[in-house]
Design a protein around this ligand. Structure first.
Ligand SMILES: C[S@@+](CC[C@H](N)C(=O)[O-])C[C@H]1O[C@@H](n2cnc3c(N)ncnc32)[C@H](O)[C@@H]1O
Length: 381
């Protein structure tokens, strides 16, 4: 991964790669008589009674709305924690970036505005819902929120501004192959396979899914970070290959979900045998026969998975009671742990495989193997 002397593509990114997002106005279609005053209590009661906040049903419902592509002025719907319908107004007018935008370009360039052009999903944990509830006081308890995505335009001409350019496919493909070879030589790779063969040899497993492993072809991504993201995909490929070998050569799907992949990332990943899927299809695929990996996601992977499935094998950052508290400055963690996640991990044995040495800055990654060979989804318990 030492050389990035690679031809550069100046073509703008395809329109599916967008930046920024914002939540438009939303309301409950049938407001409860209790009103928003009791929302906080309702959320805590739901949580304490083990009611899942994220369900495949609600995710699928919201995804259907996104796929329907309602236009400007239209409506899109999601479900709140009690199954009530929440209505989001679709507003595609060009506007200033949201105040919380942290892309770094907005402050410097006042002529930049955002053309909102499509909908996607945002996931709100218990902590986020409580915080938003206090901030917005709208009482909405909607864990799967519909948001607007957009791309930057020149404020005067409304023309699309070029998005960050990407390196070309050939160079990135070579870089990706080199990253895989490096990872295969690493002690952590060997140790990982040994532990899997010792502990997961008879779990029923039918797929592997990687969440938030990050893109690597954007020129803005520094070399060290691109290398780190490539290595995480190499690790995923090791899981896929281990499974195929264990099962006598039988090929099983291996998916990756990360909205930040650009078209070059996607081509490189597909060539390597990984199927790139849209958010939220990864969540809908996760089940008790899955291997799941996620690294430093800025989506609450642990909270979502704890609600929807008990995968056979998981690799993610170590879970401990110390992760229950938010950051000291009051910000929520991107991938927080609640008691529910800590409880879930009781069903797993943790194995340290040496990620610290061989996966840069991923020292807290742990391999979790479910103690029982079979399990039922949490909502059926
Ligand atoms: C901090 S980066 C981590 C990237 C990489 N794993 C690393 O260790 O550097 C967070 C990643 O989460 C991804 N992400 C955000 N929302 C996601 C979603 N709904 N599903 C999967 N990945 C998501 C982002 O696109 C981004 O690549």
């Amino acid at each position: 991964m030492e050389d990035r002397n690679i031809a550069v593509s100046n073509e703008p990114f395809p329109s599916e790669v967008t930046q920024n997002h914002y939540i438009s106005s939303a309301r409950l279609v049938n407001p409860s008589v209790e009103g928003e005053k009791f929302a906080r209590r309702r959320l805590l009661q739901a949580y304490m009674s083990n009611q899942p906040l994220f369900t495949k049903k609600a995710i699928r419902y919201a995804w259907e709305q996104v796929k329907r592509k309602p236009g400007h002025g239209g409506k899109a719907y999601s479900k709140d924690i009690t199954g009530n319908t929440v209505e989001f107004k679709v507003d595609f007018t060009i506007s200033n970036p949201p105040p919380e935008c942290d892309c770094g370009d907005c402050d410097e360039d006042i002529t930049r505005m955002i053309k909102w052009n499509k909908l996607s999903l945002l996931y709100a944990t218990k902590g986020t819902l409580l915080k938003n509830f206090l901030k917005r006081s709208d009482g909405l308890l909607c864990p799967v929120t519909i948001i607007h995505d957009g791309y930057p335009v020149n404020a005067e001409t409304s023309e699309a501004l070029p998005l960050p350019p990407s390196y070309h496919f050939d160079g990135m493909s070579a870089l990706f192959s080199a990253g895989i070879q490096n990872w295969k030589k690493a002690r952590a790779c060997k140790k990982l396979k040994t532990i899997l063969s010792d502990t997961a040899r008879s779990h029923e497993i039918n797929k592997t899914i990687g969440f938030a492993l990050g893109g690597f072809s954007q020129q803005e991504t520094c070399l060290a970070h691109a290398a780190r993201n490539v290595t995480q995909h190499a690790l995923l490929l090791t899981l896929k290959e281990w499974l195929q070998k264990r099962d006598g050569g039988e090929k099983k799907p291996c998916y990756v979900q990360d909205p930040s992949y650009n078209s070059v990332d996607k081509q490189v990943l597909e060539k390597a045998g990984l199927q790139v899927i849209d958010d939220p299809c990864g969540w809908l695929e996760v089940d008790e026969q899955s291997i799941v990996i996620s690294v430093a996601p800025n989506v609450p992977v642990k909270e979502i998975i704890a609600d929807i499935a008990r995968p056979a094998v998981i690799i993610w950052e170590r879970v401990g009671v110390e992760h229950l508290v938010p950051f000291t400055d009051g910000r929520d963690r991107n991938d927080p742990c609640s008691l529910r996640v800590v409880d879930m991990m009781e069903d797993y044995d943790a194995h340290v495989f040496g990620a610290g040495q061989d996966l840069s800055e991923c020292g807290s990654l742990v391999l979790y193997v479910r103690k029982s060979k079979t399990a039922v989804p949490p909502n059926l318990r």
